[in-house]
Design a protein around this ligand. Structure first.
Ligand code: MN
Length: 307
């Protein structure tokens, strides 16, 4: 099942190219916000699944192009993102030590929304294509062999990054937690629809040009280990999100006016826009192309403030 929010955060189930309003099937759930509603639906899904499926089967769908899809998890209690969690097509000898950081729940935006580049002296702004786990039940010190019991489903996720901010050192917070730097969606796909989450193609295009193109089979620390480790740091709740990391080689600059599309196999396409009031520019060169030219790091800023 594919669960979405649309228009003024009505709960919907995706049926082909349409969405069925299933509000009535969850009318018995008291909630304080859209996130609270979806978290409770996730937590009680075993009991609600039948009614939701029946509502979806019997309801008439509204064409997706006539609704506004919203982030399916508008304000998760935890948005954890794994750091350096790919083998980068064999260019790493061994997995980096397991590591992660929090992004702010306030950073979440949804399909069709706009990522805003802030007026800070970043050397580059990037958005990392990531497959995200949606947690299904409270998780505390989960064992790897039990980890799949805690995965409710999956969604597309972008880990927006403002690189190179001073001072050097502890950079994750100011690099990653910014407003609008966590686009996710377009919907949650329940775990039963994905045969093998470690065998999914991930493709990100900027203005229609393919930039990131990798497979989740290149992940360094796999999903069971991720859940084991994160749930040993703090408890996870239904509706929390863990982004599983990216293969950095195809990263390129996000800049004003960009139209971004992220498609993960089985999870649909998350599309959103980028806005920069400062109109800074960078070459479109990816990190891989830089490396192939024998250059270090990311492509330099060409024009605008801080260049
Ligand atoms: Mn990342």
């Amino acid at each position: 099942m594919k669960l979405a929010f649309f228009d003024d955060f009505k709960l919907g189930v995706i049926k082909d190219d349409s969405v069925v309003d299933v509000t009535d099937a969850v009318s018995g759930i008291n909630h304080t916000s859209p996130q609270d509603l979806i978290s409770r639906v996730i937590e009680n899904f075993a009991n609600l699944n039948g009614a939701l499926q029946q509502a979806a089967d019997s309801g008439s769908g509204i064409p997706l192009d006539s609704v506004r899809l919203r982030p399916p998890l508008p304000k998760p209690g935890n948005v954890v993102a794994m750091a350096v969690n790919y083998m980068e097509d064999g260019t790493r000898d061994a997995p980096a030590p397991i590591n992660a950081f929090h992004k702010s729940p306030n950073a979440v935006i949804g399909p069709g929304d706009t990522m805003i580049l802030p007026d800070v002296p970043a050397t580059i702004f990037e958005g990392e294509a990531e497959m995200a786990l949606v947690i299904g039940k409270r998780a505390s010190f989960v064992r790897q062999e039990d980890a799949s019991d805690y995965v409710f489903g999956y969604t597309n996720f972008i880990d927006g990054s403002a690189r190179g901010l001073p001072p050097e050192g502890n950079t994750f917070y100011q690099m990653k937690a910014r407003n609008t730097f966590a686009p996710l969606g377009p919907w949650i796909v329940t775990a039963d629809e994905i045969d093998d989450p470690q065998e999914l193609s991930v493709k990100l295009s900027v203005n229609g040009e393919l930039k990131q193109n990798f497979n989740t089979n290149d992940m360094a620390h796999k999903i069971p280990r991720i859940i084991e480790w994160v749930s040993s740091v703090h408890d996870l709740e239904p509706g929390d999100v863990i982004a599983t990391g990216t293969n950095h080689r195809g990263l390129s600059a996000f800049q004003d006016g960009d139209s971004i599309d992220l498609t993960i196999e089985g999870l649909g396409t998350l599309s959103f826009n980028v806005k920069d009031d400062l109109k800074r520019t960078w070459a479109r060169t990816t990190r891989l192309e830089m490396a192939e030219q024998g250059k270090e790091g990311t492509t330099p800023q060409l024009t605008g403030k801080y260049a």
